[in-house]
Design a protein around this ligand. Structure first.
Ligand SMILES: Nc1ncnc2c1ncn2[C@@H]1O[C@H](COP(=O)(O)OP(=O)(O)O)[C@@H](O)[C@H]1O
Ligand SMILES: [Mg+2]
Length: 288
């Protein structure tokens, strides 16, 4: 929570009401009769980078989708900027949605459009900006994710990592106040995945936005997040600054962290220890 104002001076024109930017209270979400989230509460402060960490099926994507209003809670509330999504009018929801950038796990690019056209899409849909202005904004986003040279490529011509980068650029198109990423590096080989994690770190430093990353990758969570919320079986079992969580001796947390590590392949464990080593170097956050 202490990091919320760090490096944010050039972006202080953004509305800041002083309270949490996202507030979740006693959230229960069901698919049919099956309850997936069993009363989840959390607060996210402006400009925090949060990782929601948990094993497969723990309810991470469900939580993310509910936080952005794509799933309706059975009970409990999600508020963004103090707007309760369940009670909001259509125009209030629209206002909230303009402040949110989403990059979903299966959030595919549109195959018939170039990379630049994919990134431009939210701007064409939600703004009346002139085409030339949109072009400039798209170029800036593609520059930020290292894809400027590939702007005219079709998605089918991109590698897995490049597709993820393009999806991140599209999520950033509207200069949202909150970026939600669901498993941004899933399915990539470790080196490429590390590149995506570093990109998120750089975005965090450059943009002063609030970032919520859902991941089952322990190393990613520890690398990018200020605070880690651990979800297990639809319950929050930990919510702590990354450093504090690493030191936690709580058996359930240790069990969970070990289980995540155990379920990784040998290659992933190498990747994990590599990054844990880097993470422990004090200079790690500087000079990238
Ligand atoms: N649309 C859906 N309909 C029914 N069950 C779902 C749906 N989406 C997810 N589930 C179930 O809810 C549980 C949590 O899923 P999910 O939130 O995707 O977990 P995670 O992202 O942590 O892997 C899983 O058991 C999954 O099968
Ligand atoms: Mg998921």
């Amino acid at each position: 929570m202490s990091s919320q104002t760090a490096g944010a001076s050039e972006h202080d024109t953004k509305q800041d009401t002083g309270g949490p930017i996202i507030s979740v209270r006693d959230l229960r979400v069901k698919y049919g009769d099956r309850e997936i989230l069993h009363g989840v509460s959390l607060d996210i402060q402006p400009r925090e980078t949060i990782a929601i960490l948990g094993g497969s099926g723990s309810g991470k994507s469900t939580l993310l989708r509910t936080m952005v209003g794509l799933e309706k809670p059975a009970s409990g509330t999600v508020s963004i900027h103090g707007t309760n999504l369940s009670r909001a009018s259509a125009s209030e929801l629209d206002q909230v949605r303009k402040k949110i950038g989403l990059s979903f796990q299966g959030g595919a690019l549109i195959g018939s459009m170039t990379v630049a056209e994919n990134v431009a899409l939210p701007l064409r849909e939600h703004t009346n900006l002139a085409g030339s202005t949109i072009d400039v904004m798209v170029r800036i986003k593609l520059q930020q994710v290292g894809l400027i040279k590939f702007q005219h490529f079709m998605p089918s011509q991109l590698s897995g990592g490049m597709k993820k980068r393009a999806a991140l650029a599209r999520a950033m198109a509207m200069d949202p106040e909150i970026l939600f990423f669901d498993e941004p590096s899933a399915g990539l080989d470790p080196i490429i995945a590390a590149g995506i994690d570093n990109l998120i770190l750089n975005l965090k430093k450059a943009l002063a936005v609030t970032i919520v990353v859902v991941t089952h990758e322990l190393a990613s969570a520890f690398l990018v997040a200020d605070r880690i919320i651990v979800l297990d079986g639809g319950h929050i079992v930990a919510d702590a600054p990354a450093e504090e969580l690493k030191r936690s001796t709580h058996p359930r947390i240790q069990q969970f962290l070990n289980r995540v590590a155990d379920s990784d392949t040998a290659e992933d464990v190498d990747y994990l220890s590599l990054f844990m080593e880097q993470l422990l170097k004090p200079s790690h956050m500087e000079g990238r």
